[in-house]
Design a protein around this ligand. Sequence first.
Ligand code: GCB
Length: 610
Amino acid sequence: MSRKNYKEIVLVLITFISFHFSGNSQKTIQNIYGRERLSLNGSWKYIIDPYQMGYLDYRQKPFDESKSGKGGFYDNLTSMENSKAEYNFDFEPTLQVPGDWNSQDERLLFYEGTLWYKRDFTVSLKSDKKYFLHFGAVNYESHVYLNGKKLGVHKGGFTPFQFDVSDKLNDGNNFVVVMVDNTRKKDEVPTINTDWWNYGGITRDVTLVTTPASYIEDYKVQLAKADKDNIEGFIQVKGNNKKENVVLEIPELKIKSTFTTDENGYVKFTFPLKKVQYWSPEMPKLYQVTITSSTDKITDKIGFRTIKTVNKDILLNGKSIFLKGISVHDENPLLGGRLRSEGDMRMILNWAKDLGCNYIRLAHYTHNEAMLRLADEVGLFVWAEVPVYWTISWSNPETYKNAENQLTVGIERDKNRASIAIWSVGNETPISNERNIFMGKLIDKARSLDDTRLIAAALEVDREGYIATVDDALGEKLDLASFNEYGGWYWSEPKELPKYSFDIKFNKPVVISEFGAEAVAGFHGDEDTIWSEEFQELFYIKQLEMLERIDGLRGMTPWILVDFKSPRRQHPIHQNFWNRKGLISETGKKKKAFYILQNYYKYKTIDKKK
Ligand code: GCB
């Protein structure tokens, strides 16, 4: 091999290693909202770039992999500096961050491709601090550049990621450029086919987090598995590389314990908890928890509760409960876009509360951390999910790695949220050998990361005559018998539903993860008139009668709280790109069926005392 070739190979290898491993985002720090931080939300300049002009040269090679590393839009040249530059952020319009691009510019409603974001900011650097550039979520693939240098790549549209930028920031002016690509691809998670809008862009908060050089990176403070009396958790300090004392305080419970980390900054602990007010939807008690290391201090609000199953019962703090739920997408119908603010999130949660819910299914991907914190505060149990949806590429190891990563990051981020009762590993995945292996591994992974919560998936039913059977082998490995069924809509008629019964092969609590029917708010007819509110109303009456007969029914999340946007829903009169299974319209109007479910939840109890 010639010297030149050798050099080239080494260069390619280094590029590969830096972009695909070390240059990539790193594990995110716990509780960024509890840190010293600079919000980079607000107006960002943007360039629509369908040909990836700002990323690839005319031979389709990435500029950032060339020798100079220059040539892309991330250089952020202005015409003052270089009159031949064929772009200029300064004269472009702005998008609001957080927020999807589709709902902010008519040209972008259906856009699937590449778009560049740019924002300037200033920092006054302190030499004894560390700085992390943190993204709440960007859909789907993002390439992040700071002051013209690449920080790395991230894939996955719903999970947070961050870069350590401590030695890359300028004291004073800085600029960050992000290339976002929301092109759907077969081997990604989710895959090309979903029943929701493929909102692109920087959809969640961007934050510059500041910590001391040695900082508390992560912690878990939760009750041990099914144990009402003991806290089990860990603290991870980073940056010191030596043993040190860390103090954990819960002032209201008069708890103050000191633990000593190992030389990697890690300590695992258990300690007893007395006279505690357990968290529940009726009484969502949160305690202030403070962790102090030799250099850092962080405060969180944490609730304590146990959840487990015994045969067909779900026990919350030892008592049998019924999960009165509703499914929810991360979307504000009034905007026709992703939820952006706390106000948006509270609107959704208030609707769920108004319906009488104690539980929500945050379908079909990881929702905003702020949403989980609000669920903790207002008292709603949560089913949290990863976008392993329908038919993804079961035998591609990269696809598995991606799904596992999204699951892991979601669990790591939200492990201290009492509201999360259930980790779901997927939705309506078709049975096959490859899928069983994939999903089996994902279930094991979820359990190994967090065995204090229930693990579930939305399975499907088989029908023959008037019998709907649930016997997906995955059910053996899961904690719930949960499945979607569309009796009265995709199959059969509402009036026929009393004839159906369920044959569920698992001695586990039955939690119906979906059922639903479409109705256009304000469209009235008799109960046989499809798309009318009356049709949906009768549908709910008959569904609830049918489901009531299931032995071991312990909860449900009908599909869905609010009408939501989907490219699959084309009917020009009834749908116009809205899935109309909501109990509330896209303008916030409650349909008749809302009141049927509200009434059902009002009187629903578990008769058995456990
Ligand atoms: C389902 C899917 C959900 C769809 C829904 C529907 O089974 O899980 O994502 O939106 O049906 O409306 O068809």
